[in-house]
Design a protein around this ligand. Sequence first.
Ligand code: ZN
Ligand code: ZN
Length: 410
Amino acid sequence: MLSFQEKLENYAELAVRVGSNLQKDQYLFVDVTVENVELARLIAKKGYEAGAKRVFIQYEDDVVTRLHYDHAPLDEFNHFPIWQAAEKEWLADHGAAFIKIKSSSPDLLKGVDAEKVANFQKVAGQGLSKYRQASMSNKVSWTVMAAPSEDWAAMMFATLEKDQQIPVLWEAIFKATRADLENPVQAWKEHDATLSAKVKQLNDLNFLKLHYTAPGTDLTIELPQNHLWNGGGSKNTSGFDFMANIPTEEVFTAPFKDGVDGYVSSTKPLSYGGNIIEQIKLTFEKGRITKVEAAEGETVLKNLVETDEGSHFLGEVALVPHKSPISDSGLLYYNTLFDENASNHLAIGNAYAFCVKDGTTMSQEELATIGLNRSMTHVDFMIGSGEMNIDGIAQDGSITPVFRNGNWAF
Ligand code: ZN
Ligand code: ZN
C-alpha cells in the first residue's frame, strides 16, 4: 500500500501527465486554493520536470471570497475584472495548459444576496467567454480535479471526528482517481480504452433520439445529425491528448437544441454558485425549459436558467452507469466533478463544439445553425438512478434498449 505522500505525488503526476498532458516548453496555469499549497507545489515540481517553460499558480481563498460577497457593494458584482480575463486569453493564445483544482465548500455562498451571485455568474460568463470558447473547442489542454477543504470534508463526513474528515476525503479522492494505484498513469490508459469502446458503439448506433424514463422523468432528447459521442481523453487542436476531468466515467454528446421534450427530475443535490439546489424538476417544450422547480435553492436555479437565451436549453447528454466506481462508493460529494461521474446527467447551457463532426472548425454561428446550443454557462445536473431506463430510437424508428435499471443494456 502506498503512503499518503506517494499518493499525493501520484495525484500531482496525474494532473500534469494525464490531465493537462503538459508538453515541453508549454506554460502551465494552476488554479488552486490556499488550503492545498502542498499539492500546488508538487504540481509545479512535476510541471517543471515535464519541461514547463513557466508554472503560474493562482491561489483562491474561500474565506476572502465569502468576505467579498458579504461586504462588497452590489455594483461590484456587475463587472468582471478585464485583466483577469486578459490573463487567461493571453495564456490560451500562447498555448498554455490549464489545471483547475476545485476545493470550495459546496455551500460557500449560502445566505448571500442571490442578486450578487446571479450577477457575478453572468458577468464572469461574459468576461471569460473567449477563454471558454478556446477550452470548449479544445484549442487548449485543460483539466479539472479536486482537493479537500475543511468545509467540504465536514459536509461529506459530518459524523467523523474533525481531524479525520480531510484524510478520509483524500482517500476517497485517491480511490476515485486511481491515484492509490502503483501505476496510475497506466491505469488511466486502460480506463480511457474502455470508455473509447463505449463511444465507438454509440457512434456506430447513431441514434436519432434517446427516451428516458424513471420516477419523475419522461424525457425525449433528439441528437443532432453527425453528432459524436465522447468519453475519457480529448485531443487538443494541436493533436495532443488530455483528460478534461479527473475522475471521469461518462460518455457524452450534445443534444439537438430544439429537440428536447418532456420532464426530468434530478437525483442528487447540485452545488452551483456556492448554493445547494435539491430536487430539481425541469419541463421542456421543443428544447426550451418552460418550467423550473426545486425543493431547495429554486431562486438560484431560476437565476441560472435566466443567465442568457442559451441557458434556457440543454448542452450536454451524458451517460454513466449506476454501477460504477464512484457510484459504488455510496458517497455523496456535493461536488459535480464527482457526482456527475456517478450518475447520468444533463447540462444546462453551452454544448461542446467537438460533439459534432468538424465542430471545432466551425464558427459560433455555424454551430448554432446545426443545433448546438450556445450559452455563456454550462452546468451539469444529475438525473441517473437504479430505476432509470433509456431507449435509443434509431433513424428508422426502431428501438434499442440503452439503459435498463440504471445500467448499460449492451
Ligand atoms: Zn458531463
Ligand atoms: Zn458538463
